[in-house]
Design a binder for this molecule. Structure first.
Ligand SMILES: NC(=O)c1ccc[n+]([C@@H]2O[C@H](COP(=O)([O-])OP(=O)(O)OC[C@H]3O[C@@H](n4cnc5c(N)ncnc54)[C@H](OP(=O)(O)O)[C@@H]3O)[C@@H](O)[C@H]2O)c1
Length: 252
């Protein structure tokens, strides 16, 4: 049996890549494309050749398949709308949209009591290894060490600093002694760089730099596919990509 997947966003870069990845996965089925823009929905709509056959719907309630996994890489307002709709429509959710605020986190907590939700500011599996290293470094170095984070993204990226920069800073701070300051974050929006994050940590006589660079958004797809399979199999709760990779739910 295949897992029905709904991808939110029609023309988005990540939405298009996720649709192609779903179409290429034999255990997943592209059930619909969701456009939460006012007035959208109700037909075959636009899309790449491989999308033919997946209807465009304007509301989650209009998806024909039961309990789909909805993948959301869109914008803050569309994600809030999706979470709101997910309260009354059985589904699972994979949320990758950046820049989520308090309202989203309240909605996520509420929806997570009924639905399986995976949310990650960065779906790169390699970044998980980077995060672990940062925690180790923060835990092993003495109180003379400090860290800073830079994030570089394309002109027009809406959130600043990026969710990943905040995630790396939190990973460092969380592994330091209680009360340790959060690393400073410097954000740059230049050119068409997809994503680059650097954490620099320094103590007396030595320093360490960790760099994670994404040149192609396809780098996020293995993590997104794992999250879709996990979300489909898991019970209610809000999980991170780390939970997906280390979780106890059996996924194919
Ligand atoms: N977590 C991760 O690993 C990860 C990786 C890459 C990107 N992201 C994040 O994912 C999001 C999308 O990135 P992208 O590069 O794909 O962006 P993009 O190419 O600009 O696409 C944005 C998508 O959001 C939809 N959208 C925007 N405003 C909307 C609104 N008001 N109502 C309904 N839909 C709306 C657009 O819908 P239409 O198609 O109808 O125009 C489009 O599909 C961003 O927040 C980005 O930072 C996260």
């Amino acid at each position: 049996m295949t897992v029905p997947v709904v991808v939110s966003g029609l023309t988005g870069r990540m939405a298009g890549l996720v649709r192609q990845a779903v179409l290429g996965a034999p255990d997943l089925d592209l059930a619909a494309r969701l456009s939460l823009r006012p007035g959208a929905g109700g037909g075959p709509g636009e899309g790449g050749a491989g999308d033919v056959g997946a209807p465009v719907v304007g509301r989650l309630a209009d998806v024909k398949d039961a309990a789909p996994v909805v993948v959301d890489f869109t914008a803050e307002e569309a994600t809030a709308d999706l979470l709101d709709q997910a309260r009354s429509v059985p589904c699972a959710l994979v949320i990758g949209t950046s820049g989520l605020g308090d309202r989203h986190h309240r909605l996520l907590a509420e929806v997570g009591r009924q639905r399986s939700v995976v949310v990650a500011a960065n779906f790169s599996l390699a970044l998980l290894a980077v995060t672990r290293f940062v925690r180790d470094l923060a835990a092993l170095t003495d109180e003379g060490w400090d860290a800073g984070v830079t994030d570089l993204h394309f002109v027009g990226k809406r959130d600043r600093p990026s969710g990943t920069a905040r995630h790396l800073a939190a990973a460092w701070q969380g592994a330091r002694a209680p009360g340790a300051p959060a690393p400073d974050i410097a954000s740059f929006r230049l050119g068409d760089a997809v994503s680059e994050h650097r954490l620099v940590a320094a103590g007396s006589g030595e320093h360490v730099e960790v760099l994670h660079r994404v040149a192609d958004r396809r780098a996020f797809l293995p993590g997104v596919l794992r999250a879709i399979r996990y979300a489909a199999a898991a019970g209610p709760g809000v999980r991170t990509l780390e939970d997906v990779v280390h979780g106890h739910v059996a996924v194919p």
